[in-house]
Design a protein around this ligand. Structure first.
Ligand SMILES: Cc1cc2nc3c(=O)[nH]c(=O)nc-3n(C[C@H](O)[C@H](O)[C@H](O)COP(=O)(O)O)c2cc1C
Length: 342
């Protein structure tokens, strides 16, 4: 069967992958309200397309943190891609030439070693995940007693004596993370991290204007509006609903990106219209990787690119700069519920 959109990979991946692994990729926290909302909130935003504009040449290129990209669609860090496909992150990186990430660990020396490795390996930026002082309750992982398959290790931590995850009596990942993640992480650590590297730091996991302002004040190079693919705190708003207030908080000083539920070119357009400089995708990458390896990831990026280009054409936009707030209507516009205190 021909695959005609990004979402279709999920059902095929479900048939192909062992249940424990599929559930780890697919699941969200607790009731999975935010997981559903990440998609539904996009569906509630409608277009105000403009007509009779020459759209014979469409330019989707953009410059992000000084790097020229062919389109404003990038790949989020998703852990443990080798469970999806033996080529794992290599295939994804080849398909995207995209950046990777680190998670932040208790031991500052370990973090420093990871940063040096990333610099040596030619990484250009660090995404600092700030929404995971503890791991969210992913009940499928608890039921499945999720643990990394025995032939795989957490490669980034190899040689640092942190690469193993033991069988546990709940979710093996939750237990592992509980031991390694630094619950005391705070804004001063963002400053510290920036002091040990010249790589720009993107703070990933901001969903309020207050934290957006603090990110600017503490020297972040950019913000990723993210709820960790709805895997952390359930009942936070969809990222697309939180985007405008975060953009407002950043006051145009640093770029704001978004991930969470982006599955269509129309979603990309909506995020840009509400002030995002670009978007990231998470699960579509692991599911397409599971189904077709590198070719699958390439196809996902191509489908999103083609859909986004068509959306621009049908909305009367030739370049990303042409995409404006007036091209979309949100619920806040309809009901005037934009919180005035922000
Ligand atoms: C299987 C999986 C593993 C993830 N691992 C990480 C991680 O190690 N670090 C991190 O910052 N975010 C991680 N995330 C969150 C993603 O970076 C991203 O925020 C999210 O997947 C975007 O939402 P989407 O999957 O709806 O596109 C993970 C997400 C998934 C689905």
């Amino acid at each position: 069967m021909e695959i005609t959109n990004v979402t279709e990979y999920q059902a095929i991946a479900k048939q192909k992958l062992p249940k424990m692994i599929y559930d780890y990729y697919a699941s969200g926290a607790e009731d999975e309200w935010t997981l559903q909302e990440n998609r539904e909130a996009f569906a509630r935003i409608l277009f105000r397309p403009r007509i009779l504009i020459d759209v014979s040449k469409i330019d989707m290129t953009t410059t992000i943190l000084g790097f020229k990209l062919s389109m404003p669609i990038m790949i989020s860090p998703t852990a443990m891609q080798k469970m999806a496909h033996p080529d794992g992150e290599y295939a994804t990186a080849r398909a995207a030439s995209a950046a990777g990430t680190i998670m932040v660990y208790k031991d500052r020396k370990v973090v420093e070693q990871l940063v040096r490795r990333a610099e040596k390996a030619g990484f250009k930026a660090i995404a600092l995940t700030v929404d995971t002082p503890r791991l969210g309750r992913r009940e499928a992982d608890i039921k499945n007693r999720f643990v990394l398959p025995p032939n795989l290790t957490l490669k980034n931590f190899e040689g640092l004596d942190l690469g193993k995850m033991d069988q546990a009596n709940d979710s093996g990942l939750a237990s592992y993370v509980a031991g390694q993640i630094d619950r005391t992480l705070s804004w001063k650590d963002v400053k510290w991290l920036q002091s040990i590297t010249t790589m720009p730091i993107l703070v990933k996991g901001v969903i309020t204007a207050e934290d957006s302002r603090l990110a600017v004040e503490n020297g972040a190079a950019g913000i990723i509006v993210s709820n960790h693919g709805a895997r952390q705190l359930d009942y936070v708003p969809a990222t697309i609903s939180a985007l405008e207030e975060v953009v407002k908080g950043a006051g145009g000083q640093i770029p704001v990106f978004l991930d969470g539920g982006v599955r269509r070119g129309t979603d990309v357009f909506k995020a840009l219209a509400l002030g995002a400089a670009g978007v990231f995708i998470g699960r579509p990458v692991v599911f397409s990787l599971a189904v077709a390896g590198e070719a699958g990831v390439s196809n996902v990026l191509k489908m999103l690119r083609d859909e986004f280009e068509l959306t621009m054409a049908l909305s009367g936009c030739n370049s990303l700069a042409d995409i404006t707030r007036n091209h979309v209507v949100t619920e806040a516009d309809k009901f005037g519920v934009m919180p005035s205190r922000l």
